[in-house]
Write a protein that binds this ligand. Structure first.
Ligand SMILES: *Cc1c(COP(=O)(O)O)cnc(C)c1O
Length: 392
């Protein structure tokens, strides 16, 4: 369906529909590995077509197609591809777009799986990588080489919610003949559409806000038809294909994406403001606050500022730990982006993932707590945090 005049809320509900009489109001789950053909010639023809929604599920599946049409539409891309995880989408993209002898530039503060993929795995296959600070546009320009093929961004980043100026970096990349990918997991297409700012490829861990209910692992990539075809060529060989049931669950989650993200945005801003004036909190990291170093760029390229808030407690690593243990509504758990609020202590989760010099930039601050703000009533979340902070 190509009706760009429809609002994102409407596209999420109707973007995959063909409205056939007698069909279910919700789509069936195509829980099958393979699809039957009427005769030998139609099977031979299908094996030659570039899109495989009804051939073999590692290649594609109608449940994939439904999610892909919606994601392409709401991100403003020509095409999309779903994957068995965010890392499946990220790895397939980086592997498809680089060869031995190529150079990649990436943000220093980036999802740790992406960092490991670039430095530990692609490095073994002759791809060089330079990591730069995400808020320093001149560092991206200085890192460009004649063989730079790809710049990998993530905005906002985790856990300090650093913001990257997508339009500025895209200008530098395109001048040098490189492509720009951006992990937009934390922003979601409700809050920003990076393709509008010049990015070539948008990546998501659909495990987080797109699914939204902490009940599936999935990933997605959105781009031009040509780039999605190149990425799919690698992805279906690597085999990180999404199960039909996960695709169906993801579609179900997507229906309410807009209203969930609006609530995450409002709740997170309320929590961030309440924490900013709390005496036990030294600093609040939230791109919606005027005090955040990335606020001006975020205000330009985002409609809302997302559901992640990090707070630095006035105290030690152990004091922050005691706050976690006193929280009653926030579950202590990895991941983010679900309807329920979660808390994590980055210094405990990634103790060895960076050197001392960059630890603060990476968010490895002993008393830092990362809050994934859910869709509960904001007063309840704030009261829970206040109670935990005051007693710890
Ligand atoms: C979780 C996450 C990933 C990895 O996604 P998986 O679905 O766990 O593979 C990548 N990037 C960001 C920003 C994430 O939060």
């Amino acid at each position: 369906m190509d009706r760009p005049e429809l609002g994102i809320e409407t596209q999420l509900v109707h973007g995959d529909r063909s409205a056939a009489a007698g069909a279910g109001v919700t789509p069936p789950i195509y829980q099958t590995s393979s699809f039957a053909f009427g005769d030998a010639e139609s099977m031979a023809q299908a094996a030659r077509t570039p899109t495989f929604e009804r051939f073999y599920t590692r290649y594609g599946n109608p449940n994939h197609g439904a999610v892909e049409r919606i994601l392409a539409s709401i991100e403003g891309g020509e095409a999309a591809m779903v994957s068995a995880s965010g890392m499946g989408a990220i790895a397939s993209t980086a592997i498809a777009l680089t060869s031995a002898g190529d150079h990649v530039i990436a943000q220093r503060v980036i999802y740790d799986g992406t960092r490991a993929l670039l430095s530990d795995i692609l490095g073994r296959y002759g791809v060089a990588v330079t990591f730069v600070p995400q808020d320093d546009v001149t560092a991206f320009a200085a890192a460009m080489r004649p063989n730079t093929r790809l710049i990998m961004l993530e905005s906002p980043s985790n856990p300090l919610l650093g913001v990257t100026d997508v339009a500025a970096v895209a200008g530098i990349a395109h001048e040098g003949g490189a492509l720009v990918s951006i992990d937009s997991t934390i922003a979601t297409p409700v809050n920003t559409r990076p393709l509008d700012f010049g990015a070539d490829i948008v990546l998501h861990s659909a495990t987080k806000y797109l699914g939204g209910h902490s009940d599936l692992i999935a990933g997605a990539v959105i781009s031009s038809r040509e780039l999605i075809a190149r990425i799919w060529d690698v992805h279906h060989i690597l085999g990180a294909s999404l199960g039909p049931f996960e695709a169906w669950l993801l579609l179900r989650g997507l229906r309410t994406l807009e209203m969930r993200v609006e609530r995450h945005n409002a709740n997170a801003l309320a929590v961030a403001r309440a924490m900013e004036s709390h005496p036990r909190v030294v600093r609040v990291y939230y791109p919606g606050l005027e005090s955040h170093p990335g606020h001006a760029i975020a205000a330009r390229q985002m409609r809302g500022f997302g559901g992640l808030v990090s707070i630095e407690i006035d105290g030690s690593f152990d004091d922050a730990r005691r706050v976690i243990d006193r929280l009653q509504l926030f579950n202590s758990a990895a991941s983010l982006g679900g309807v329920e609020s979660l808390v994590a202590q980055p210094a405990a989760m990634w103790p060895g993932s960076s050197n001392a010099e960059n630890a603060r930039e990476m968010g490895i601050i002993p008393s830092l707590l990362r809050l994934s703000i859910g869709v509960e009533r904001p007063q309840d979340l704030i009261a829970d945090l206040q109670h935990a902070l005051e007693g710890a």
